[in-house]
Each structure stands twice: as C-alpha cells, then as structure tokens.
Design a protein around this ligand. Structure first.
Ligand code: ADP
Ligand code: MG
Length: 303
C-alpha cells in the first residue's frame, strides 16, 4: 500500500472533497489550523549517515514552499520522510494531521522524473487517467455513471493545466513542458490536499520553468493545496513561492526567499563564502554556490 508509482498519485481510496462517507478516513479529525506538514526537530539517516538534522518546518494549506539545496543535500530524503517511505531517526513529522504514510491517498506526488521517450505512444489523457487508478471517488450522482464523472474530472484537470490542446497526442511527441503539465494534472486528478513535486522543473527550459511554477501557484491558491516543490534554481520560481526551505550542510533553514537567500544565511549554511546580489528586476543572483546551475544544462532536453 501507499507505494508511489512512476509519476503518479499515491494509492488510496477517498480523495479530498469527494468523500462518500464510507471509509475510516472520513471519521478521522482534520487539522483545524490547516497545517499540511509539520516537522519538529527531525533528523534523517541513510546508510548510517545523518543526512540532515534539527529540521523544524511547517507548511500550511494553500502555501507554496520551495525546497532548495545542492545535489545530495537531502531534498528527496525530505520528500521520502513526508511520504512515510523513510522513518525519521529522531524528531517527529505529521502529514495532514497523521503520522507520515497514513494520509498518502490525500497527497498528489510527482517523483523526480525522466522525459518520456519520443516513441511513447500512450496519450496524455491516458497518463492523467492513471492518476485515478484504484480510486473510489466522486459523490454518487444518480444517472451519472462513474466513468462519466471520472472523464469529467480528467478533462477538468487537463483544462486546469492548460493541456487541452494536446492531451490526445502521444505523450512522447510532446515537449518537456507539455509532458510536465500532464504529469501535474495526473497528480491533481484526485483532488489532493498536499502536492509534492520532486524537481518538476528539472528538464525544462527557463521560460517553461517559470510557466510551470506560475501554474503550480494558481493551483495552490485556487484549490487551497499545500505545495512542496523541490527545485534547483530559485530564480524561475522566485516570484511564485511563499517560502523557501534550504537544505545544505546537514541541516535546513526556512523563511521567506529574501531571508533565506542572503549572503549571510547561505554562507553559514554552506560553510563557504556565498554572495547574494539582487538584480534591478528583483531576481536574486547567488555567486560562489558550490554547485553551478550550468552543470544541469545537458538535461534541458525536449524544449
Ligand atoms: P537530493 O535530493 O538533495 O539530491 P537525496 O535526498 O536524494 O539528495 O540524497 C541525500 C544523500 O543521501 C545523498 O548523499 C545520497 O547519496 C544519500 N542516499 C540516498 N539514498 C541512499 C540510500 N538508500 N542509502 C544511503 N545513502 C543514500
Ligand atoms: Mg533529489
């Protein structure tokens, strides 16, 4: 149970907002204050090594939080802790008011991904439908069969991500940005309360990174979904996010982008001199970061 599929929402039964009143989840208390994720002095260990420790963080419903940091810092490890795939070494985490792993059916999850091969024939609309697998969702409406309700929801999320024009094409023929929109639609199709996106911008060019970040912000606001988005570069997402969690040097710091992406904070976190400059258009330029963004240029395919 609760296994993440490739680019899929998690297994479960009863998505948010469409409850039929028949599952035990229904009787569970929901968090009153709208906290989606709360870490309290948490530490994660892998292979006998502490990846990060002393991590305290809370994410509210309707809040868009970026998780930043260099490769290997433990960003995906944080996601695994949220999904209950990795028990914490110390501390606590609560996810949608439950211990991690227990509310995974209320989470839309997009794992770190690869591009679809150009020969992949499955259509975008079918990729989105995969997100419904195993779901018993929808308020039973007399005269409207389940398949019709599902088709309506699939069409709705495809419209929401702006993919209606190409959703019936084979996914392998679409650009990286178009593919990513459809995968986000898949993660949304069951109305998650928490959206967890692990490097969804990774294979996109800069304009598409900003476009997808803008889309995620709209979803976050319009559907009151808490969003955790792992990203590599702050700039394409800077104007869309509410807060930043920056993981480096075995711990994490959180705050507004301005607070976190500062010379002082990042130098302390990295243990190396980092200079943060603000360009006239408001963008933050990080100088001296141990890992240069161009390292990833070779992966910006399909756009
Ligand atoms: P990020 O997503 O920030 O690039 P990860 O969370 O994937 O980093 O990994 C954090 C660290 O944990 C890395 O140094 C990685 O090599 C290590 N790691 C990941 N998985 C395992 C594992 N199963 N056993 C031991 N170490 C691991
Ligand atoms: Mg990762």
């Amino acid at each position: 149970m609760n296994r993440p599929n490739t680019a899929a929402v998690l297994e479960g039964q009863n998505p948010y907002g469409m409850a039929s009143g028949t599952t035990s989840e229904e009787s569970a208390p929901r968090l009153r204050e709208g906290t989606a994720v709360a870490f309290d002095r948490a530490a994660a260990r892998l292979g006998g090594r502490t990846i990060w420790s002393d991590l305290t963080l809370s994410v509210a419903r309707g809040e868009f939080v970026a998780i930043l940091g260099p490769n290997g810092a433990g960003k995906s490890t944080l996601i695994k802790a949220v999904l209950g795939l990795l028990p914490l070494a110390t501390g606590r985490v609560s996810v949608l008011g439950r211990p991690p792993g227990e509310a995974n059916h209320r989470i839309g999850y997009l794992p770190q991904r690869r591009n679809f091969d150009a020969g992949t024939r499955i259509r975008g609309v079918d990729i989105v439908k995969l997100g419904l697998d195993g779901a018993r969702w929808g308020i039973p409406i007399p005269g409207l069969p389940r398949r019709a309700r599902e088709a309506a929801r699939v069409a709705e999320v495809i419209e929401l991500v702006g993919a209606t024009g190409y959703a019936r094409k084979p996914i392998g023929e679409l650009s990286g940005g178009e593919q990513q929109r459809l995968l986000i639609a898949q993660a949304l199709v069951r109305r998650p309360e928490l959206l967890v996106l692990d490097e969804p911008l990774d294979s996109l060019d800069l304009p598409n990174q900003a476009a997808v970040a803008a889309l995620v912000q709209c979803i976050c606001r319009d559907e009151n979904v808490a969003v955790l988005l792992v990203a590599h570069d702050i700039n394409p997402i800077l104007s869309y996010i509410d807060r930043v969690v920056y993981i480096a040097g075995g711990t994490a710091i959180e705050g507004s982008p301005e607070e976190v992406i500062s010379s002082e904070t990042l130098s302390r976190l990295y243990g190396a001199p980092i200079e943060v400059l603000r360009a006239s258009d408001g963008r933050l330029v990080v100088v001296g970061q141990p890992e240069a963004p161009f390292v990833h240029g070779g992966r910006h395919a399909h756009d």
